[in-house]
Design a binder for this molecule. Structure first.
Ligand SMILES: Cc1cc2nc3c(=O)[nH]c(=O)nc-3n(C[C@H](O)[C@H](O)[C@H](O)COP(=O)(O)O)c2cc1C
Length: 180
């Protein structure tokens, strides 16, 4: 029986929760936005995922303390930038709470006007469809407007607290890289 079924609270602390779930490798994505009257904003997330094909929906989870989330909600749109394995420095730059985090990161506007960072693997440009409060996070669902592969580079992965380029094929993989 799991902790929520007993009604007596979890049988673990936050450190254990993070340590166990850190065994799940995640892609590293910079979600970005830019309002009409202010500059670019963005943050790193490990929670970006596809949700639905018809209609085309994606999502990520933002901590309720995120300073980027209000900017994304105000703009009503965001772009998910899939960082490449050689972009750990960009990731560290974007994973801080600093209004100047874009100063050294070159970008161009997406079709919706969101920042597309230089050197990424792929981007997904969306309008916000729905924001759902879940515990201490918000699930931010986006309706995909456009998306593209920018480079054949492999993505940056986060696993057990470290960064890497861990993917190695263990079975035959068809060459399905589109748009490149
Ligand atoms: C690999 C990695 C994954 C992360 N995933 C998330 C995430 O899914 N959601 C989130 O809110 N923060 C996540 N963070 C933390 C944010 O990037 C960090 O708190 C950042 O400072 C938020 O910036 P902001 O306050 O300007 O929005 C992640 C950080 C790293 C390094």
């Amino acid at each position: 029986m799991g902790p929520t079924m007993t009604g007596i609270g979890p049988a673990f602390d936050g450190r254990h929760f993070r340590d166990v779930l850190g065994n799940l490798p995640t892609a590293v994505v910079a979600v970005t936005t830019a309002g009409p009257d202010d500059g670019p904003a963005g943050m790193v997330v490990g929670t970006f995922t596809s949700v639905s094909l018809d209609p085309p929906l994606v999502s990520f989870l933002a901590d309720r303390s995120s300073q980027t989330l209000p900017r994304i909600r105000a703009a009503g749109r965001y772009c998910a930038n899939v960082l490449a394995a050689d972009q750990e420095a960009v990731c560290r730059r974007m994973a801080v709470r600093d209004p100047g985090k874009f100063d050294t990161v070159p970008w161009t506007p997406s079709p919706l006007g969101n920042p597309v960072l230089e050197g990424i693997v792929a981007w997904v440009d969306c309008m916000i469809e729905k924001v759902v409060e879940l515990g201490d996070h918000y699930l931010v669902v986006g309706r995909v407007h456009d998306l593209r592969v920018e480079s054949p580079k492999t993505p940056l992965l986060f696993f057990r607290g470290g960064y890497g380029d861990y993917f190695s094929a263990t079975s035959l993989v068809l060459d399905r890289l589109v748009g490149w």
